[in-house]
Design a protein around this ligand. Sequence first.
Ligand code: MLT
Length: 256
Amino acid sequence: MLRYEDRGHGPAVVLLHGFPLSRRIWAGQIDHLSRRYRVVAPDLPGLGESEPLPDSEPPTMLAMARRVLELLDYLKIDRAAVAGHSMGGYVSLALQKEAPHRVAGLALVCSQARSDAPEARQARFVLAERVMQEGAQVAADALAPRLFGPRVTERSEVYQETLALMRASRPEGVRAALLAMADRENMRPHLVTITVPSLVLAGEADAIIPLERAECMAANMANAILVKVPGAGHMPMLEAPEAVSEALDWWLELVY
Ligand code: MLT
């Protein structure tokens, strides 16, 4: 069973974190949303406090999504609004495809629907090997300088805390997440089938997933609103927590 936070009462909202992070990135939104909703924020397999997937199970977005569905079963939540950040967005899309009846609304935060280009995929395999030899800090140190927009400097507290969170990840969990991302399905053809109220949120200064991908996803979804957060990079929930909470409020008004 995944480790998780379950806070508040009311219609359910699930928050899925990105790579190689944990549910802690959503702390501000958990505080805010739990005043009106039941907020469930798990640590994805092998990250944060959650156990990795067993060796017998190939790491995929679907395997992670199934763990989230098992958690919802355990918590007796039939249907939830699901929001995913970056890799958490890939898991959210896999979950929505696997069990559309359980998803009341979908929010993709600094995420994308497409799969990796061949070079990017190859780079993930190389990094996965290095992580097993040298530790999770290799992935953390590679990602950190590209995570934030120009307002967050290397010396700032949020930068250092996020770096420490990523460096503390278990190498096996980081490797599994990299392999799962490298092999993820292209979900672009699936987007047109998603009709529940959706939010596509992007940081205007995201150096990891370009803004055009968010614009393209929103245009391909039947019922999506697009919110761009000025000045924010790939971590708007930390860089502009109020703007992100406000956008999630707006989306959840449409969902429930
Ligand atoms: C993430 O933030 O979850 C990852 O950087 C996404 C990715 O590498 O595709």
